[in-house]
Structure formats: C-alpha cells, structure tokens
Write a protein of this length. Structure first.
Length: 351
C-alpha cells in the first residue's frame, strides 16, 4: 500500500472474508487512520478482532442489502473496497434471488451510499464468471458491473469515482479448491475433480490486492481493470498439490457441477476492442454511448472482429512444475506443508 492512505478512513464490505483479511493487514502496515469492516457475521468479526487486535479496525455489523447499515458504515469514509458478495456457484443456482439481493441490490446500495457520503473512490470486486455468464452467480456479478459503471454515465458530475476490477480464481481463498485438495490429502482421501480438462486463471490474494490498489490509483469514472494472468487445468492443479505433499493419492473425476464452465474469460473480445494495454493490466473504459440508438443500430465497430476473448483456454498455460512453484509461493500452502512436516523450499523437491 502507498502513503495515499495515510490519515484516511477505508471501508471494506464483506471484510471478514479472505480478501478483507489480506487488505486489512496491508492497510494497517501504513499510517491509515481507520479501517472499517462491514459484514453480517458477528462470529467472523469476533475471530478477526482477536486475530488482528488493532484499535484502528472498527467492525460494523450489517448487510449490504440494507441501505441504512451501508450508509452508517460509509459516513466520513475516504475509500471503499466492495467485496461483499455471494460467490458460490451451486448455492446461487438454487437461490438465485439471494444472489440478486446481495450482488446486485447490495452493490447498488454501496454505490449510492458512497456518493451520498462523499467517498473519493469506490472499487467493486467482480469475477471472470461475469463474462458470458452461464450461471446465476456470474449473471448477478455481470449486472453488478453494469450498476457500478452506469453510475458515472448517469451522473456526469458525480464526486465519487466508481470502478470495477475483475479477476479469476483467487488461490487459497475461502471456499476455493486448493484448501479442499489439501484437506482431502490430510484425511487420506483421493482428490475429487469435476473435469480435469477445465482451465482456470490463477491469482494469489496478494495479486488481487495489488489489482485493487492499481484501480484506486488509476481509475477514471466507470473503468474496469483486469490483471493479466496465466492459467492451468484443474487436473494439473490437483497433480501439483499431490506432488508438493509427496502423496500417492489419485485424482478421481466426479463430473461437472451445477453450471460450471469448461473455461473462464477475463475479458470478451468486445471489451478488448476498447481496452487500453497498461503492461500488467488492461483498462476497459465504460461504453459512454448515450441512448442515441443510431450508434447501436447503424454504426458498428469493425475492430471487434480483430480480437479473441482473453480466455483461460487460450492464454499461456502453466505446466505442473510451474503450478508447483506457484503453490509454494503461497504462505498458506507453506504453512500447511510445515504443519505436515514437509519441506517448503523449491530446492528440496526433485525436478
């Protein structure tokens, strides 16, 4: 984090999750005045309070679905990280209206509260599942992006800059597959994989925080930022986990889950046609056309045909050895290895 946060108040919605823990810890390394954590789970808040034990962190019990609780937490705040969401694909399939209430209506409440309270910048966290969505979770996040990015289009003199970031699988985040694999190995089970040929983008929690930080420093109204990433197959991820734990477990294929995609896209070709390449990142500007339908119907964009989707099937794919090295950079994985009495340094593994 940079000194731009010195003396500032920062709110993290859904702040008791994996991302919230990581960004709170990084903010506290700076001279931040206050970090506010808004979430609806008092048990997780109590665990986080005891774990972090810093008086600069204040905990707000509330739900993004309720505008009043969001507004209370947002008052006098300078920056907002909006991470609160329903993220599990199967549960959103069974209860799609819950995804609508949290991911769409809740996000609209956060955007509106940020503007009402004079927040300088709001960054909303999205997912690759929002690109060509096939499940309720991805659809609700795609609409969340539309809600966030329409703020500036409908309010040209808005005082709050609202932007979005989009990323793929965050490794070792709560509910992700890597902790599941490690738990299965510890319990002596084979690893269960829905489809070993599925590909996914891989990003660490630290990378996700850097992406949000980049957005705060570079966002203009309605921007969407994507961090370039490599991908791997789920089968190779499972095998790499087996290898670093020196296990003889097998990979059992159990079949595709509810509404899973074989690959994920971080950006569509339509978005890449108006994207700015910023080195490690893409900036995708908001489509600022107004309701002049002639621009939609009579004038197309020939450049769109020159691009392919930024898809996990088509980007550079990591080998099993490369996935092993990536896993060994994660503090959580290294901690699990130490707890199992196994080596954590790359040099201790046979090539």
């Amino acid at each position: 984090m940079t000194d731009s946060y010195a003396g500032k108040r920062v709110l993290i919605t859904g702040g008791t999750g994996s991302f919230g823990h990581t960004v709170t810890s990084k903010l506290l390394q700076r001279d931040v005045a206050e970090v506010r954590v808004l979430s609806r789970d008092e048990a997780k808040q109590d665990l986080m309070r005891n774990e972090i034990a810093d008086t600069r962190v204040r905990y707000y019990l509330g739900d993004v679905r309720d505008f009043g609780s969001v507004e209370r937490a947002t008052t006098d705040v300078d920056f907002v990280f909006h991470a609160a969401a329903l993220k599990q694909v199967p549960s959103c399939e069974f209860f799609p209206m819950e995804a609508v209430r949290t991911n769409i209506v809740g996000s609209e409440n956060v955007v509106r509260a940020a503007e009402v309270c004079g927040v300088r910048s709001l960054v909303c966290l999205s997912t690759d599942k929002a690109v060509y969505p096939v499940n309720a979770m991805g659809m609700s996040k795609a609409i969340m992006e539309k809600v966030a990015r329409s703020h500036g289009l409908n309010n040209p003199n808005a005082g709050t800059v609202v932007s979005c970031v989009r990323y793929g699988n965050v490794m070792y985040s709560r509910g992700s597959v890597i902790p599941l694999f490690i738990r299965q190995l510890r319990e002596g089970h084979n690893l269960t994989v829905t489809n070993p040929n599925m590909t996914r983008f891989m990003m660490s929690l630290a990378d996700s925080v850097e992406l949000v930080e980049f957005a705060f420093h570079n966002a203009r109204q309605g921007d969407l930022f994507i961090r370039k990433a490599r991908a791997c197959t789920v089968g190779d991820l499972a095998q790499a986990t087996i290898n670093i734990f020196h296990s003889h477990a097998r990979v059992d294929v159990i079949g595709t889950r509810h509404a899973e995609k074989v690959s994920e896209a971080l950006a569509s070709r339509e978005e890449l046609a108006r994207a700015e390449d910023m080195g490690d990142y893409f900036r995708i500007r908001a489509d600022n056309r107004d309701l002049n339908y002639g621009i939609y119907v009579e004038e197309g964009n020939p450049a769109q045909t020159q691009y392919d989707d930024y898809d996990s099937h088509t980007v550079e794919r990591m080998s099993v050895r490369e996935v092993e090295r990536l896993l060994l950079t994660l503090p959580e994985v290294r901690g699990d290895l130490r707890a199992a009495g196994l080596p954590v340094e790359r040099g201790e593994y046979r090539e």
